[in-house]
Design a protein around this ligand. Structure first.
Ligand code: NAD
Ligand code: ZN
Length: 256
């Protein structure tokens, strides 16, 4: 087990930059915390989405099948926020680090498309994305923009082909993860010499397994998250600070 080391802010950023440049390939695992600085609330922080909506009523596939219109009342609000959200410094730095050869891939639990909008190329979305919605009855698909237009006319988007209510292509509790995504993520995690976690409470199974994949293969773990996580003790470095600010400092040290 690698020793836990904590450094004061300036030094820890130096240390993170050194870890990234000395331990390649580096794979980044992001969660909702990478997008809060874009104005998208996370799930577990005080004031996060679950403080206002009970996940068992809004985010399970059973809830959707039982009452899709009710679940769309929740998603319509999320779509409204996501329609206008822009990538923040953390997304931009991660894209720049990939272009600079410092980041091999991003494995994200987010569904907000912000890594892609920032220009990251190799992004694995293990919980799907709001990019498309699908009809569970006939398989018809609609793009995010098409769904936004439908939501202006009706409280839930109806399939243009068969009229059923469509479902956003995000993984709800009780659903399987997108085929191949977790396998690709796991392979990347095993090859990574450094797995850098940014903005995740690391509570959602099976994402945390990726950390074990890296550690068991002899790679190191670094965590940038405002709160503590169950994996802090296993990390080479933990930085409890803002993702945007921390990564901006790292970029200044690695990218000129
Ligand atoms: P989480 O809500 O469980 O944890 C987020 C963590 O990020 C918290 O520990 C918090 O302290 C930290 N954090 C918040 N803002 C931060 C910042 N600016 N800098 C550094 N750390 C910050 O999120 P999770 O681990 O991603 O798991 C929740 C699930 O919710 C995921 O499956 C994800 O798909 C979904 N989700 C996605 C979005 C999105 O797409 N943007 C938003 C909310 C939830
Ligand atoms: Zn249909």
């Amino acid at each position: 087990m690698p020793g836990t080391r904590r450094y004061k802010s300036g030094m820890s950023v130096e240390r993170l930059a050194a870890l990234i440049s000395d331990h390649q390939p580096c794979v980044v695992l992001t969660g909702a915390g990478v997008s809060t600085e874009s104005g998208i609330p996370d799930f577990r922080s005080p004031g996060g989405i679950w403080a206002r909506y009970d996940p068992m009523e809004y985010a399970t596939i059973e809830a959707f099948r039982r009452d899709p219109a009710k679940v769309w009342d929740f998603y319509a609000r999320r779509f409204e926020v996501l329609e206008n959200a822009q990538p923040n410094a953390a997304h931009h730095v991660l894209a720049a680090l990939e272009r600079g050869g410092y980041v091999e891939a991003i494995v994200t639990q987010n569904v907000d498309r912000l890594h892609e909008l920032a220009g990251s190329q190799n992004v694995i979305e293990v919980h799907g994305s709001i990019r498309t919605s699908s009809c569970l009855a006939c398989g018809e698909r609609a793009t995010f923009d098409e769904v936004v237009a439908m939501l202006e006319r009706a409280p839930a988007p109806s399939c243009p082909r068969c009229g059923s209510i469509m479902k956003p292509d995000v993984v709800m509790f009780g659903e399987l993860l997108p085929e191949g995504a977790i396998e690709r993520a796991s392979e990347l995690a095993r090859r990574a010499r450094l797995l850098l976690v940014v903005g995740s409470s690391l509570n959602v199974y099976p994402i945390a397994d990726l950390l074990q994949d890296t550690l068991l293969a002899g790679g190191k773990l670094a965590i940038v998250n405002r709160e503590s996580t169950p994996y802090d003790e296993l990390a080479e470095l933990t930085i409890r600070a803002s993702a945007g600010e921390t990564l901006s400092h790292v970029a200044r040290r690695l990218l000129v």
